[in-house]
Design a protein around this ligand. Sequence first.
Ligand code: SF4
Length: 216
Amino acid sequence: MNREDKYTLVREKILDWYKENKRDYPWRKSRSLYQILITEILLQKTIALNVKNIYNDFFTKYKDFSTIYNEDITDLQSDIKGLGLSNKRAKILKDLSHMIITDYEGEIPHDPEILRKINGIADYVSNAFACFGLNHRTFFFDVNIKRFIQRVFKPQDVNVKIETIYSELDKLLPKTDFKYMYWAILDFGYKICSKNKPKCELCPISDNCFYLLNPS
Ligand code: SF4
């Protein structure tokens, strides 16, 4: 099998797996750009279940950027304390809301570069927002996506470059509906290709996995 065929096969099998095994999160059904962007900030450096636990209460209280902007920061910190890093996270939410209200009349700029002006918003959040909210074919990864890419396609090089992972994602992502591929990889990394003891015996792409076929 040539390399191109491998990306196609892995893409199709992981998307098939996702149809039967996806995790159910409310933010995946949201069409609100505000909720999609804020959720990516809430999801940083915490587990998805923590965000799920506060999701409805948070967005019932904080309906828009103005509500966050006008809320006392200590109350905001208290409302998100279950996620950890509440001081830092609250400051990001406040700074972002301030920028969007004062500089962009309450509308989220569609350029990820502008969002990255906020201290604490880096490539992952800005590019994930562009993908999930704006349907742009952007590249981003967390430890789970990186682990999956390296195990399936590349040797386990701890110093792998960001551009290398982006290049692999470019080959793996479909031309449309790419957000489902990201969700599929995230769920697959959680349920099957976990950091410790991956469930290779249940894996639909085990015949094509570099990690499994080249044990160190
Ligand atoms: S074979 Fe194992 S290591 Fe490879 S992708 Fe599947 S679960 Fe992950």
